[in-house]
Design a protein. Structure first.
Length: 175
């Protein structure tokens, strides 16, 4: 597996479009997960606007915190296989559900080990941001996500019910 996390630039416009077109079709057909939410926040068809509004630069009145969005590039195939959204700190909402890292793998690339590897790379980015203890959350029914978090050192703290869904909260120490 030859992957890296990259910042979105115009160089990757085709890779972004290919991944999100596939992903959105899967969401509509199968009502599947659309995490990380940040990559779906804006219309990718207007690439310049999408790029300009991809990240939150500073906290705002809507409760959004500064974040960094990175895309997982399979360097051998030159395609995006997933994405991570790293929140620089937690507000009350993110402390309950959401955590520091939102991650997702495009539908055609799931169950191939990308999530585990991508989370490992995202944790290195968290360390660079000065985050020593990372919270990651996932739905209890999302066993693949839980396994990827656990393989990266995630320790289950608890489960909470949110809108009829059980959410698991995992902590990963980077010290």
């Amino acid at each position: 597996m030859n992957i890296e996390l990259v910042k979105l630039t115009s160089e990757y416009q085709t890779q972004l479009s290919d991944m999100l077109t596939e992903w959105k079709a899967d969401i509509e057909k199968n009502n599947t997960n659309h995490s990380p939410w940040a990559i779906f926040r804006n219309d990718f068809h207007d690439f310049d606007s999408y790029l300009e509004n991809l990240e939150i630069k500073e906290g705002n009145k809507d409760g959004l915190v500064p974040d960094t969005t990175l895309f997982c590039l399979d360097k051998d195939r030159n395609i995006f296989v997933g994405a991570v959204n790293i929140r620089h700190y937690l507000n009350e909402y993110l402390l309950q559900c959401g955590g520091h890292i939102g991650d997702g793998i495009r539908p055609s690339e799931r169950r191939k080990g990308y999530a585990t590897a991508m989370i490992g790379l995202a944790l290195k980015e968290c360390k660079k941001l000065g985050i020593d203890k990372v919270l990651m959350c996932c739905d209890k029914e999302n066993i693949g996500s839980a396994k990827s978090i656990q393989k990266n050192g995630g320790i289950l703290e608890n489960e909470i019910e949110k809108d009829g869904t059980i959410e698991q909260r995992y902590w990963i120490s980077l010290l």
